[in-house]
Design a protein around this ligand. Structure first.
Ligand SMILES: C[C@@H](N)C(=O)N[C@H](C)C(=O)O
Ligand SMILES: [Zn+2]
Length: 169
């Protein structure tokens, strides 16, 4: 079981405007299989995964970079994000009913409170982040230091960058 809250298909994101025509989570087949397996793992533990973002077109990465040209928080489109390769997910934990689980910051809070090596946070938040990170790691997703929600699937940083739009058609 999983939920979608694809923020870039809404105005509830750091650019404050919809960037996708359609709220869907597309991934390379191998990566999609890994997130499906992860969702069973989390379900057994009483959690659902809630996805904020999956594949992201390169042209959207460029729009993001114009707003936040800081590679700690937005990958440089000259290099390309693992999202542009269909192999990264932005994800949180929810209850099985879809209620949010405390992670200490909202999605795309670009600051120290979102860093995974910041342990100056409530015990509940640290415990929830640990559950998310350990589970994702078990399914071969790696963390990045600056964003608790971002996970790169193993060995995909050299996969081709794509720019196909996220369309519902
Ligand atoms: C913009 C944010 N949600 C994100 O995904 N950042 C990473 C670093 C990226 O752009 O790959
Ligand atoms: Zn991300």
């Amino acid at each position: 079981m999983f939920y979608l809250d694809i923020r870039y298909a809404t105005a509830n994101n750091f650019l404050k405007e919809p960037l996708y025509d359609c709220a869907k989570c597309l991934l390379l087949p191998e990566v999609a299989e890994a997130v499906i397996n992860a969702s069973y793992y989390f379900c057994d533990r009483g959690y659902a995964l809630k996805f904020f973002d999956c594949y992201r077109p390169l042209s959207v990465q460029k729009q993001m970079w114009e707003k936040v040209p800081n590679p700690i928080y937005v990958a440089d489109p000259a290099v390309g994000s693992v999202h542009n390769r269909g192999a990264a997910v932005d994800v949180t934990l929810a209850t099985l009913e879809g209620e949010p689980v405390a992670m200490g910051t909202d999605y795309d809070f670009f600051g120290k409170a979102a860093h995974i090596d910041n342990f100056n946070l409530p015990e509940e938040v640290l415990a929830n982040r640990k559950v998310l990170q350990e589970g994702m790691l078990y399914f071969s997703f790696a963390t990045i230091q600056s964003e608790w929600w971002h996970f790169n699937y193993k060995n995909k940083s050299g996969a081709p960058v794509m720019d196909a739009p996220l369309s519902c058609k």
